[in-house]
Design a protein around this ligand. Structure first.
Ligand SMILES: Cc1ncc(COP(=O)(O)O)c(C=O)c1O
Length: 387
């Protein structure tokens, strides 16, 4: 079966109730027929048996199985949030004395973990600019364990050549981790280009309607096994209810991502050249500095675009205040179009230099383009720009 069909038809084995839609296994623990079965379940980690929903749960397993099929991964594990997926990767594979290399253009909380927490635990880091991947080799040290990128990055929409980075990682025996949250597996499959692990904030496009939090990591079986042992002990597991929502959401992922991308491309093209804007950025605009790489590794440009208001921080605030129905919130990947202005909100505590070092300029507006009619979205933006 093709991925579009697998996203819909992958389902937990039908129960005796003969349900059509997938059932929700809202249970904390599972029962055994005999004391011997129970003892065996606890004695052998490799037994495929449910014990407790912090360890495994059929609703969670169904969601993970779908993600693995879509990403082309051997195995996977779900987490309570996207940040639980990110932090579990760092905590499972890094020890005191290790070194991690990361793109500097990454989600704010990931940046906080790398710069504030990893050094506290004796783990050093080096950042590189995604636009100069040729420097990566020079940053590698004998203790470099893991390399981390987001592509496209949040919020700068920088793109890196996954094939190029994975070749470097393979040569130096470094675990290559890709945050694929902006693209989703309906648009980009990093494992095909050599990533060892792919992770997501399932809170975003995977849910697609801004309802539940979730995260997932997919990739090599031997690495997922280590993540599983970490997560089952430390406890950032996915709730079965959230997994049920997310698994149902994956049924519509492909059609949603196609429409998000068609709407986003249309709006990006219409906004390019607007007199109030210095630039418009979208992976599938020919003006994107890595348009060629985006074409190679993405099936469409995804649902996020950014633009820079000539009027800076004050202009960003004004633009948000001029919106009438478009949502002003920090989430993304929703059926509803969302505008955010990082310089006056999520990144307001950073200096202008610190912001520009991570690709956030003063007038940057991030637009998570929803599924409304594209002309309604465009008219709302044009109207806010003209006021
Ligand atoms: C690229 C990226 N990675 C990770 C996360 C963290 O996900 P969560 O909010 O589900 O913890 C986010 C959240 O916005 C994100 O945009």
């Amino acid at each position: 079966m093709r991925p579009e069909t697998l996203a819909i038809r992958t389902q937990t084995k039908r129960t005796a109730q003969k349900e059509h839609a997938t059932p929700l296994f809202l249970t904390s623990s599972f029962v055994y027929d005999t004391a011997e079965d129970m003892a065996a379940a606890f004695a052998d980690d490799s037994l495929d048996v449910n014990i407790y929903s912090r360890f495994s749960n059929p609703s969670v397993d169904e969601f993970v199985k779908k993600v693995c099929l879509l990403e082309g991964a051997e195995d996977g594990i779900a987490t309570a949030t996207g940040m639980a997926a990110v932090s579990a990767c760092f905590m499972t594979f890094l020890s005191a004395g290790d070194h991690v290399i990361s793109a500097s253009a990454i989600f704010g909380s990931t940046h906080t973990i790398i710069t504030k927490y990893l050094p506290k635990w004796g783990i050093e880091y080096s950042y590189f600019d995604m636009n100069t991947p040729e420097v990566i080799e020079s940053l590698i040290k004998p203790n470099t364990k893991l390399l981390y990128v987001e592509t496209p990055s949040n919020p700068g929409l920088d793109i890196i050549d996954l094939e190029l980075v994975s070749a470097i990682c393979k040569q130096h025996n470094i675990i290559f981790v890709v945050d694929n949250c902006f693209a989703t597996p309906a648009v980009q499959q990093p494992i095909k280009f050599g990533a060892d692990l792919v992770l997501h904030s399932a809170t975003k496009f995977m849910d697609g309607q801004g309802r539940v939090l979730g995260g997932v990591v997919a990739g090599k079986k031997e690495l997922i096994k280590q993540l599983y042992l970490f997560i089952r002990s430390f406890g950032p597991s996915m709730s079965p209810f959230n997994a049920w929502i997310l698994s149902k959401s994956l049924e519509t992922l492909f059609v949603r991502m196609e429409k998000h991308a068609a709407n986003a491309l249309y709006i990006a093209q219409k906004l390019e050249g607007h007199p109030a804007l210095s630039w418009v950025k979208y992976p599938f605009l020919t003006s994107h500095p890595r348009f060629d790489v985006a074409q190679k590794q993405m099936q469409n440009g995804g649902g996020i675009l950014t633009f820079e208001l000539k009027s800076g921080v004050e202009g960003g605030r004004k633009f948000l205040n001029n919106l009438t129905w478009l949502s002003m919130t920090n989430n993304l990947g929703d059926s509803r179009t969302i505008a955010s202005h990082p310089a006056s909100t999520t990144h307001s505590k950073l200096t202008e230099e610190e912001r520009s070092a991570v690709g956030i300029t003063s007038g940057l507006i991030r637009l998570s383009v929803g599924l409304e009619h594209p002309d309604d979205i465009l008219e709302e933006i044009l109207s806010a720009l003209s006021k």
